[in-house]
Design a protein around this ligand. Structure first.
Ligand code: FEO
Length: 394
């Protein structure tokens, strides 16, 4: 993929990482990702907005060469994480007169992470602007999209918002834009769930903060550029809102089939009562899809067999992740099977302390479920449906 023109004197000069399958050694990337970097040329000065992952520096430099770039004045660092900042040292080497422009917190982080010298920086306050001649860059501090130092950059003359992680999606594509809105929305929701959801209150404030700006195009630093900014803005408004869906997320694992049977029975019982179920067998599930399901679900039911007096380690890992992501769940319960005893309920509830949920009566079964155990699952389904109804969800 060569450098691409987005608007008059605005170019994409990033890198597409088709093969990356894990981000932060944690987040699955089934569709790869991209590191979008943008070149903005004004009549007097030129700026590069964000760089790329250090593994792909050569792509960025060759795209700048391809556009005949001999001088850069500003290197805008919207975010200090290395997938966007990691090529800065190489770019500073190539363009030594360019200043790195970032927030005061961003400067400290970039010095800590990349050991860049103090005098390489200009810091900008919230709302500050830099003129490139016939183009202007306005910096809007937007903390916690994804780290505390983050900002976005607005180009008023072309009504483009360069948002870095904000409004991103992990999708490797050969084109800058996509008409496949269903695929984009699914990827953007998974991305929001894993990167932004823990900071939902801050994201909501930042959405309000950018609302007065006339934005035609949102150019994030992962995934496609949004030519229809209204669509991705609307999706984010939905995700950060307090609205819940009439659905249950059911992550579970089974060793000998008992918990599987319970999960299947509960899922059927909920479906019969009009409650949607998203079931995730944690032995094979994509945790990105699990995170996306948690964005607006009202209830989570965790299914586990007892292992060494506690929950299965894969279940604890998933509950730990859900707890860290802080979804807006209202209700929770636990189902599972045990051989001789243990403290599975305490183990699981002790791992979900961030979740402000009402715990509905767990259903634990010794050995294989009997008829009365299946009846207990029916009662749990009934209780969930009633709670959703009372909360105005069902
Ligand atoms: Fe894409 Fe927080 O870095």
């Amino acid at each position: 993929m060569k450098a691409r023109k987005i608007d008059n004197n605005v170019f994409w000069v990033g890198a597409v990482d088709w093969d990356r399958r894990l981000f932060d050694s944690l987040i699955p990337l089934p569709d790869g990702t991209s590191y979008n970097s943008y070149l903005v040329r004004g009549s007097e000065k030129a700026a590069l907005i964000d760089t790329v992952d250090p593994s792909m520096t050569s792509f960025l430099l060759s795209r700048l060469d391809e556009l005949g770039t001999t001088k850069l004045d500003y290197l805008i660092a919207n975010h200090a994480e290395q997938d966007h900042s990691g090529s800065l040292p190489a770019v500073v080497d190539r363009f030594p007169m360019a200043k790195v422009v970032t927030t005061p917190k961003g400067k400290k982080m970039l010095i800590d992470l990349l050991r860049l010298p103090e005098d390489a920086f200009i810091t900008v306050e919230d709302g500050e602007q830099l003129s490139l001649g016939d183009k202007t860059l306005r910096f809007i501090h937007t903390p916690w999209v994804h780290w505390p130092e983050t900002m976005v950059t607005y180009l008023p003359e072309d009504r483009i918002l360069f948002s870095c992680d904000f409004f991103g999606s992990h999708l490797a594509m050969s084109s800058l834009y996509t008409e496949d809105t269903a695929r984009l929305c699914e990827a953007a929701k998974a991305y929001y769930a894993q990167v932004m959801m823990p900071f939902r209150a801050a994201i909501r404030k930042n959405l309000e903060k950018i609302q007065p700006y006339r934005i035609d195009v949102i150019a994030p630093s992962h995934g496609p550029v949004h030519r229809d900014s209204a669509c991705i803005l609307r999706s984010h408004q939905d995700w950060v809102s307090d609205a819940l869906s009439n659905s249950v997320v059911l992550p579970y694992i089974s060793m000998h089939g008992s918990t599987q049977l319970m999960a299947d029975h509960l899922a059927d019982a909920l479906t019969e009562r009009g409650v949607q179920v998203q079931k995730f067998n944690l032995a094979v599930a994509d945790t990105g899809k699990l995170a996306a399901a948690l964005v607006d679900a009202a209830t989570v039911v965790v299914g586990s067999p007892m292992v060494l007096a506690g929950a299965h380690p894969s279940v604890i890992s998933a509950v730990f992740l859900a707890n860290a992501l802080r979804p807006k769940l209202r209700f929770a319960s636990i189902i599972g099977s045990y051989g001789w005893g243990g403290k599975m309920v305490e183990h699981i509830t002790g791992t979900m302390s961030n979740l402000k949920v009402e715990l509905l009566e767990p259903v634990l079964v010794q050995g294989h479920p009997r008829e009365e155990d299946l009846q207990a699952l029916e009662r749990l389904a009934e209780a969930i449906a009633a709670k959703h109804h009372e909360a105005g969800i069902g």
